[in-house]
Design a binder for this molecule. Structure first.
Ligand SMILES: CC(C)(COP(=O)(O)OP(=O)(O)OC[C@H]1O[C@@H](n2cnc3c(N)ncnc32)[C@H](O)[C@@H]1OP(=O)(O)O)[C@@H](O)C(=O)NCCC(=O)NCCS
Length: 159
């Protein structure tokens, strides 16, 4: 568990004063390594999605971003947001394991929703991997429900 300089555990402190949604800010160059580390810890990375490319592409356009909250000088939570011109999408919602159940996950989603709504989104969507059904309860608490759709995909062959 992370500790404060005097050795006090960080998690109970944050539980008393969780990071507010206003404290989520756009990722900076200095955050990138810690963000990738957090995503790996949270088992959100996959061999076919280079997280560094995902971050770079999200930062490149006006319609997408990665939001981060820092605690104790380190990246504590993230959410990637992207507006496709029709819907807003969430990706990489992640909270450091030792800081969970303090409201940070909710704050990350709320911050990303606000970012998307400010860009015209009227509906927010996200995908939950089949093997990550445990997280459905979290999104249910935040008002998200099964849209009774099946997501299809196809990789575009590279030259
Ligand atoms: C999912 C995750 C972001 C939740 O973060 P968190 O900081 O623990 O969530 P919060 O403390 O903000 O919880 C918000 C609410 O959801 C509930 N909740 C959190 N995780 C839950 C779960 N797995 N099942 C049911 N409810 C859950 C909390 O009890 C809380 O309820 P409340 O409305 O009564 O207060 C975190 O567990 C995580 O990073 N998981 C690994 C990465 C991941 O799977 N991300 C999602 C990819 S789709």
């Amino acid at each position: 568990m992370s500790t404060l300089p005097d050795g006090e555990p960080l998690a109970p402190v944050l539980a008393a004063a969780p990071v507010a949604d206003g404290e989520f800010v756009e990722i900076t160059d200095a955050d990138v390594e810690q963000v990738v580390e957090l995503w790996k810890t949270c088992e959100l990375t996959r061999p076919w999605n280079d997280p560094y490319v995902d971050i770079a592409e999200a930062r490149a356009g006006d319609g997408s971003t990665v939001l981060v909250a820092r605690a104790d000088g380190r990246v504590a939570a993230t959410a990637m947001a992207g507006h496709d011109g029709h819907r807003g999408w969430l990706y990489y919602v992640a909270v450091a394991p030792e800081l969970r159940s303090t409201g940070l996950g909710r704050a990350a989603v709320v911050a990303a929703e606000a970012w998307l709504v400010a860009r015209g989104a009227r509906k927010i969507q996200l995908m939950v991997r089949t093997g990550n059904a445990d997280v459905l309860g979290f999104y249910g608490r935040l008002g998200y429900a099964d849209q009774e759709c099946t997501v299809l995909g196809r990789w575009i062959p590279s030259d």
